[in-house]
Design a protein around this ligand. Structure first.
Ligand SMILES: [Zn+2]
Length: 433
């Protein structure tokens, strides 16, 4: 949807000859053999005059045919993880194109600086966790968080499996022992947030807008552990503004997962996160908060990831306080004490690709918000957050825009408060209260 400049955290990526407007993916998948037959219709707009356009698709998936606006391009190559098409004629900026790619193979994770990311087989099913660079593990795309698009997913798989993607289920039909599922994701979404979940799950309602998709053996534990999400949504709507999507789904895999994962409109937890005692409720709140911070408002460049993780971590503290646990101030004090004892060599406003998911970034990001809250007072602080989520709803954001928004809403020079937290290595003093 928006033009994407090259992200220095993603070297070697196409820097956006195309803005993608919409993906229509038709996937035929066999769980037993991990065999995927795919067709991707990519609706795009040329950003500049160009004779070549490129999409990312991991090399282990084999491209068999490519069309552009119904014709075969002069030439195309699929080398490394890059599909490059040479067009018949140079196109002018603003020209609409439909790139149609047929591909197949046995997908697996993309291996890069962040380890194995994207498509992964479970013991009996599939999980896709695309953050930050895993979307090309299953469809040809422009894997930049700044390039948001709408999606339609049509997925056919064996009967007996539940298939979940982003968006709402449009139809489900049976054909020769296989089920065809169609989902529509109408709000624009970054490619890394696109997901496919396949497993022997059952669906349970956990609230008016919430459902869980869980292995039958974890039904009771999940219903209890996710039982306070309705209250969480109410709290977060009050503090952050309206929930940005139509519904919220939590998928629980039958396998254990190291960490839960966010996707647009849904989150994925491992069996280990559902203990029937709300032992991971902190994470339930964290993943839910990403629907506002990360999914609706998505960074354009990964250096600004504190706008996702700092906010989601702060939301954990807010939920803790509201639900009778430790107060946000107590969490902040404890986090500050812990960070003070760790190396202070991280700039959370530009942490570098290796430290994007460093726990210190999460905690210091939350402390940054706490410092802003102390400086502005509760009323102005939450007004800033609500204006932030409404002004940039379903959009692309940067730290600079957050600072400007906070200054405009509060009428206070907040840059001076935020700068040392975001751009200096040394840990600022915590404002006790
Ligand atoms: Zn997170």
């Amino acid at each position: 949807m928006t033009s994407a400049a090259a992200d220095p955290y993603l070297p070697g990526r196409p820097d956006g000859d195309l803005d993608i407007d919409r993906y229509e993916l038709e996937l035929d998948y066999r769980v037993a053999t991990n065999r995927l037959e795919g067709r991707a219709q990519v609706y795009a707009t040329a950003v500049r005059s160009t004779l070549r356009v490129s999409l990312e698709l991991q090399h282990r998936l084999r491209v068999s045919q490519v069309f552009v606006d119904g014709y075969r391009p002069d030439r195309w190559t699929h080398r490394g993880d890059l599909l490059v098409l040479k067009l018949k004629h140079e196109v002018a900026p603003g020209t609409s194109l439909v790139v149609d790619v047929r591909y197949s193979g046995q997908p697996g994770p993309v291996r890069g600086p962040w380890g194995a990311v994207g498509w992964e087989e479970l013991s009996d099913g599939v999980i896709v966790a695309g953050q930050p660079d895993g979307a090309p593990s299953w469809f040809p795309c422009h894997d930049s968080p700044a390039d948001k698009a709408t999606y339609r997913f049509t997925v056919t798989a064996e009967a007996g499996y539940e298939v979940v993607t982003n968006g709402h289920l449009v139809s489900r039909s049976a054909r020769a022992g296989r089920i065809r599922w169609q989902y529509e994701q109408p709000e624009p979404m970054a490619a890394y947030l696109a997901t496919l979940q396949v497993g022997r799950y059952l669906r349970i309602a956990t609230g008016p807008r919430e459902e869980a998709v869980v292995p039958p053996r974890l039904r009771a534990a999940a219903a209890y552990d996710l039982g306070r999400q309705t209250e969480m949504i109410a709290l977060f709507e009050n503090l952050f503004g309206p929930y940005p999507f139509a519904a919220y789904t939590v998928v629980v895999t039958d396998d254990d997962l190291e960490i839960p994962l966010e996707a647009q409109g849904l989150s994925v937890f491992g069996a280990n996160h559902m203990d029937g005692r709300r032992g991971s409720e902190r994470l339930v709140a964290h993943e839910l908060a990403h629907q506002w911070f990360g999914n609706s408002l998505t960074v354009g460049l990964w250096r600004d990831i504190w706008l996702h993780e700092g906010f989601a971590c702060y939301a954990e503290w807010l939920w803790s306080e509201a639900s009778g646990g430790r107060s946000a101030a107590e969490h902040a004090r404890a986090a500050h004490t812990r960070l003070a004892g760790l190396p202070q060599d991280l700039v959370i406003g530009d942490p570098g690709p290796d430290s994007m998911f460093d726990d210190r970034l999460y905690k210091r990001g939350a402390l940054t918000l706490d410092a802003l809250r102390v400086s502005l007072g509760d009323e102005a602080f939450f007004e800033v957050l609500r204006t932030w989520t409404s002004r940039y709803r379903h959009g692309t954001v940067s730290t600079e825009e957050f600072v400007v928004c906070a200054e405009l809403v509060s009428g206070r020079p907040v840059a001076a408060v935020l700068h040392p937290w975001l751009y200096e290595r040394r840990l600022p003093v915590w404002a006790a209260r």
